[in-house]
Ligand binder design. Structure first.
Ligand SMILES: [Fe+2]
Ligand SMILES: [Fe+2]
Length: 188
């Protein structure tokens, strides 16, 4: 379980090598929702590295396949909802009249919708086809990973820094409450 910054950094190193499985985030991180979203991006990067490795090797261990399928179907979908229903509307509220930013956030939400069938297909393959991943499926793994890495780079590099500057304390509390409710976790 990732508890804080130090663990995030060592996780990031292993993630870049495609070695780190997507371990759960500590629930108390939900008190700092922007940190939680950033940590979730690190987990998603690790998943992309693992998907690339699996495509290259053509094999996946059963426990790894199950963990990846669960991450894709549950954690990643929750993350998309955190952004579409929580983070993006708050940024728009604090950035009135910035058409370019609104267009960027609409594009990111559209990305989520567009990759949804790929997420479900990947989860299905990982659940049913493991341990052998056919060469015909490899482009789905690598294509999804490439798309996700571009999406993540923009969100971590542009969207979250803007949110850190513009969201008020009340916004952060609201976002935290929203993300807790989505996961059925009571406030501390
Ligand atoms: Fe996103
Ligand atoms: Fe994201």
């Amino acid at each position: 379980m990732i508890e804080g910054r130090g663990q995030q950094q060592s996780f990031a190193m292993r993630a870049m090598r495609g070695e780190a499985m997507p371990v759960p985030l500590a629930p108390h991180l939900l008190s700092s929702p922007l940190e939680y979203l950033y940590a979730d991006h690190l987990r998603q990067r690790s998943v992309c590295a693992i998907l690339r490795r699996i495509a290259a090797e053509g094999r996946v261990a059963a426990h790894e396949a199950a963990a990846l399928a669960s991450f894709l179907e549950r954690d990643l979908i929750l993350h998309h909802e955190d952004e579409e229903r929580g983070l993006f509307p708050l940024i728009i509220k604090r950035s009135a009249g910035e058409d370019r930013l609104e267009a960027d956030l609409a594009r990111l939400a559209q990305d989520h919708k567009r990759v949804r069938p790929q997420i479900m297909r990947l989860a299905d393959i990982l659940t049913h086809a493991a341990p052998e991943i056919g060469t015909a499926d490899a482009p789905l793994f690598t294509g999804f990973a490439a798309h996700e890495l571009r999406h993540l780079a923009f969100e971590s590099g542009v969207v979250l820094p803007i949110a850190r500057v513009r969201l008020t304390r009340k916004d952060i509390t609201e976002l935290s409450r929203d993300m807790r409710a989505r996961r059925g976790i009571a406030a501390p």
